[in-house]
Design a protein around this ligand. Structure first.
Ligand code: PFF
Length: 452
C-alpha cells in the first residue's frame, strides 16, 4: 500500500516532539486551565482524562494510521484508501479547517508576541497594579490595528523560516529544542506560583472536584477541548503520520503524546491559578485571564515580576509557534503534493494567504470592527472563532472517524497498527469499539449541541 516518500522524521523521539509541539499550544496553557476551573476542577479533570485518552487518542491513532499507511497528505490519503474518490473531500475540509485555525491562531500569537516585548521592555511593569489601567492598555493595544498586525507578521515570518528549513532540520530540530525549553519554563513558573502565600486556594480551584459545576455544557467542553488540544480532526496528524518512521509503534507514540499534552495543560494550571488566587484576583476566562489578570499578578511580584512575565509570555509564544508550524506544514505539504509547485513556493503561498487573513481578523478587533456577519452581528474574528470551535473541527473529526471505523479495511488498520504483524495489538477490540461506535456518537452529540 505504502509508496516510498523521502520526507520522514528521523526518529520516534522526533515524531513525539513534533506532535507534542503541535498539540501543546494556546489551548493547553490558556484555555485548559480556565475551562477546568470553570466546570468543577477535579470533576472536569476526570471527564477530560477519559475523553482525551479514550477518544482523543483514538482519533490521533486513526490519523496516524491513515497518514502512514498511505504516505500521503489528507486528500490523497483518503482517496487512496477507498475507491470512492469523493472521500477526498474530507481531507480537503480538514485542510480548509487548518487554514482558518491557522489564521485565527496567528492573531492570538501576535498578541502574545507583543506581550513578550512589553514584558522585556518593562512596559507591562509600568502599568502597575491598577486593574483598570491594565485592561485599558490591552483594549487600546488589541484595537489599535498597527501593533497587533506587526507582531502577527513577525510571528508568521519565524514560522515560515522554520518550515523552509524542512521537516527534519526545521520542524523536528526546532521542536526538540523548544519542547524541553517549554517544560523548563512551565516548571519554573509552577515553583514560583506554588511558593506564593495562599497558593493552596488556586490548587483547590483547579483540582478539588465540584460535580455541581460539571454541567452537560462542561462535559461537551471537555470533549471539544480534548480534540482541539490533541490537534486532531484537521489533517495535521495525517501529515505527521505520513512522516512517521515505518517501525514506530503508533499506539505507544499516541499515548506518549497524549500524556505529555495533558501533563503540560495541568502544569499550566498549576503555574497560573495559585498565583492568581494568592494575589487575590478572580480567575477570569478568555483573553482577560492572560492579558489582564496575569500582568497584574506579575506586577504584584515587584522586580521579579518582569522576569516571570517575560518567561510566561515566552512560554505562550513557544507553545503557539510549534502549533502554528504544524498547521502551516500540513497546508504546505498538501499543496506541494497536489501540484507541481515546489515546497518553498507552497510554504510561501500559504504563509502569505494565512497572514493576510490573520491581518484581516486582527483588524476586525479594532479598525474593522464595523464589518459584521449574520444576524448576531459578529465581527470577523468572532465569526471565525465560532467556525473554528463549534462547526469545522467536530465535523472533520466525525467524518474522519466514520471513514476510519466503517470504510477502511480492517486489514489496512491492523497491518499498520501492528507494523505488519511485528507488534502486539492487544488493545485492538477496545480500539475498534471506540472508533466505530463511541467516538462517532460522542462527536455527533458535540456537533448537534454545538449547532443548536
Ligand atoms: N493543539 C493546539 C492547542 O492546543 O493550542 C491547537 C491546534 C494546533 C489545533 C494544530 C489544531 C491543529 F491542527
Amino acid at each position: 500500500m505504502a509508496t516510498t516518500k523521502q520526507t520522514t522524521f528521523s526518529s520516534n523521539l522526533g515524531v513525539i516532539m513534533a506532535a507534542v509541539g503541535s498539540a501543546v499550544g494556546l489551548g493547553n496553557i490558556w484555555r485548559f486551565p480556565y475551562t477546568c476551573g470553570k466546570y468543577g476542577g477535579g470533576a472536569f479533570l476526570i471527564v477530560y482524562l477519559c475523553f482525551v485518552f479514550l477518544l482523543g487518542a483514538t482519533l490521533m491513532m486513526s490519523e496516524f494510521v491513515i497518514g502512514r499507511r498511505t504516505q500521503h497528505t489528507p486528500v490523497k490519503a483518503f482517496q487512496s484508501l477507498h475507491p470512492k474518490r469523493a472521500w477526498g473531500a474530507v481531507g480537503l475540509l480538514g485542510l480548509i479547517t487548518s487554514f482558518f485555525i491557522l489564521s485565527q491562531y496567528l492573531v492570538l500569537s501576535g498578541w502574545t508576541t507583543n506581550y513578550v516585548w512589553d514584558a522585556i521592555t518593562g512596559t507591562l511593569a509600568s502599568l502597575g497594579t491598577d486593574a483598570g489601567n491594565i485592561s485599558n492598555y490591552f483594549a487600546a493595544f488589541s484595537t489599535s490595528g498597527s501593533r497587533p498586525v506587526i507582531t502577527l507578521i513577525v510571528f508568521s515570518i519565524i514560522c515560515l523560516v522554520i518550515i523552509l528549513c524542512g521537516v527534519q532540520k526545521g520542524i523536528e530540530n526546532v521542536s526538540k529544542v523548544l519542547m524541553p525549553f517549554l517544560v523548563l519554563l512551565v516548571l519554573v513558573l509552577c515553583v514560583r506560583s506554588l511558593t506564593l502565600p495562599g497558593a493552596g486556594k488556586g490548587l483547590e480551584y483547579l483540582f478539588s472536584p465540584d460535580f455541581s459545576k460539571l454541567t452537560g455544557e462542561g462535559v461537551l467542553a471537555a470533549l471539544g477541548q480534548a480534540l482541539f488540544s490533541l490537534s486532531v480532526g484537521m489533517g495535521v496528524m495525517i501529515v505527521y503520520g505520513s512522516y512517521m518512521p515505518l517501525n514506530d509503534n503508533i499506539f505507544k507514540t499516541a499515548m506518549w503524546i497524549t500524556a505529555c499534552d495533558t501533563l503540560i495543560a495541568v502544569l499550566a494550571g498549576v503555574a497560573i491559578f495559585p498565583a492568581v488566587f494568592s494575589c487575590g484576583f478572580d480567575p477570569a476566562g478568555g483573553p482577560g485571564l492572560v492579558f489582564c489578570v496575569l500582568p497584574n499578578v506579575f506586577n504584584t511580584m515587584g522586580g521579579a515580576g518582569v522576569i516571570f512575565s517575560t518567561l510566561f509570555f515566552l512560554l505562550l509564544v513557544v507553545a503557539a509557534m510549534t502549533s502554528a508550524i504544524s498547521l502551516l506544514e500540513a497546508l504546505t505539504a498538501a499543496l506541494h503534493e497536489h501540484t507541481s509547485m515546489g515546497r518553498t513556493f507552497s510554504a510561501v503561498l500559504f504563509f502569505l494567504l494565512s497572514t493576510a487573513l490573520g491581518v484581516l481578523f486582527a483588524m476586525s478587533v479594532g479598525p474593522l470592527s464595523h464589518i459584521t456577519v449574520g444576524h448576531a452581528h459578529l465581527t470577523l474574528f468572532d465569526f471565525v472563532d465560532r467556525l473554528n470551535s463549534i462547526y469545522l473541527p467536530p465535523i472533520c473529526s466525525l467524518l474522519t472517524i466514520i471513514f476510519f471505523g466503517w470504510f477502511m479495511t480492517e486489514k489496512d488498520v491492523k497491518d499498520e497498527l501492528s507494523n505488519h504483524g511485528t507488534v502486539k495489538i492487544g488493545y485492538y477490540r477496545l480500539f475498534r469499539l471506540l472508533s466505530r461506535y463511541v467516538a462517532p456518537l460522542a462527536l455527533l452529540l458535540v456537533l448537534i449541541t454545538g449547532i443548536f
